[in-house]
Design a protein around this ligand. Structure first.
Ligand SMILES: NC(=O)c1ccc[n+]([C@@H]2O[C@H](COP(=O)([O-])OP(=O)(O)OC[C@H]3O[C@@H](n4cnc5c(N)ncnc54)[C@H](O)[C@@H]3O)[C@@H](O)[C@H]2O)c1
Length: 325
């Protein structure tokens, strides 16, 4: 099997590429490096630096390579930035993504596995969240991902282009080779760990008065290797549709800090701040459908092993990858 991994020089894409290669899949990484790093591309993969906006080149590359499947991670994903520059998100995540759909359609209609997000649910009414809950994003990032899911649905209905959209909750952790390096880093676990590495003076804890067991927000963290595995299951199955991907367990921010202190043996300096606008109290996934229909079963489903792997990777790469991103 040959798979094109769009965004394979980014965090989740690099870990997924590694897993596919380990399983004997041939991988072609397509990435503009706008947010990714050449050093994050597994040396066993073939790499083509290309932007999804290069419509004709994209057609040529898929025409020459004829992949059996496409995994599409290539997008912008900072919620706060999307509230300031919505056009940037709709242009890249929707319009540029549409070029990929058209190029796939013109070149054998390989199955597309798409990185969607829990942000499509907005402020959910019920937790754990099932796929049938209302889709009401509260920021352009979530809206852009939902728009892409809707395009996938129409391309399937009209053109029979098969797809699976995976709505990730919080991806976290690392492999021995690849880990999380975003600029700016907006995710909780790397930010706690970067504080321990002295790159931030204090860790800002936003809100201690939420209706949760200790007053801090509850989130669902899924190990990046389990996430990668779900993409392979999605590619190999005949199923089409949208699925949640989380661990199904929620942890408060304070629990993440406590576990980090236990794993690293270091005290996290914390600065309590007011709530941020738009942060729901609890986001926890019900991932039963992915397990039952895609045959996926997460193996690294505990916070300690997630933080331990991220900490080991960051100690080896305290400033992430070399180069831009
Ligand atoms: N990290 C999470 O917790 C999380 C949660 C939910 C959804 N997601 C989604 O998963 C995907 C991967 O997330 P990540 O954390 O690995 O992000 P990332 O920024 O590390 O990786 C995205 C990659 O896509 C590339 N890219 C972006 N636009 C492109 C374009 N037009 N053409 C070619 N390449 C392009 C970037 O250069 C980068 O290498 C994203 O689509 C994101 O929205 C991530």
């Amino acid at each position: 099997m040959k798979v094109a991994v769009v965004g394979g020089a980014g965090y989740i894409g690099s870990c997924c590429t590694e897993l596919l290669l380990d399983r004997g899949v041939e991988v072609l990484v397509l990435d503009s490096l706008v947010k990714g790093y050449a050093d994050a591309v597994d040396e066993r993969a073939r790499f083509e630096q290309i932007d999804l906006q290069e419509r004709d080149r994209l057609h040529d590359v898929l025409g020459q390579e004829k992949p059996d499947g496409i995994i599409h991670f290539g997008a912008y994903s900072e919620v706060g930035e999307s509230m300031k520059h919505p056009g940037k998100y709709f242009r890249n995540n929707v319009a540029n993504g549409l070029n990929l759909l058209d190029a796939a359609l013109a070149n054998g209609s390989p199955k597309i596995v798409f990185s969607s997000t829990a942000a499509v649910y907005g402020m959910p009414e019920k937790v754990p969240i099932t796929e049938d809950q209302p889709l009401v994003p509260v920021n352009p990032y979530g809206e852009s991902k939902l728009m892409f899911e809707r395009m996938l649905q129409w391309y399937y209905r009209i053109h029979s282009l098969p797809y699976v959209a995976l709505r990730y909750f919080n991806a976290a952790g690392a492999t021995e080779k690849f880990g999380e390096s975003h600029s700016p880093e907006t995710h909780l676990i790397p930010n706690v760990l970067l504080t321990l590495l002295g790159q931030k003076e204090q860790f800002s804890l936003f809100g201690e008065d939420y209706p949760t067991q200790d007053g801090t927000c509850v989130r669902d963290y899924i190990h990046v290797v389990d996430l990668a595995e779900a993409h392979l299951c999605a590619l190999e199955s005949d199923v089409v549709g949208s699925f949640n991907l989380g661990s199904g367990s929620g942890y408060t921010v304070k629990e993440v800090i406590d576990t980090t202190e236990k794993v690293t043996g270091k005290k996290v300096p914390v600065k309590a701040e007011k709530r941020r606008a738009g942060d729901p109290a609890k986001l926890v996934s019900d991932s039963t459908a992915a397990q039952e229909q895609l045959g996926w079963s997460p193996k690294f489903n505990n916070l300690e092993s997630i933080i331990d792997s991220a900490w080991r990777w960051l100690q080896k790469h305290p400033y992430g990858y070399k180069g831009s991103g």
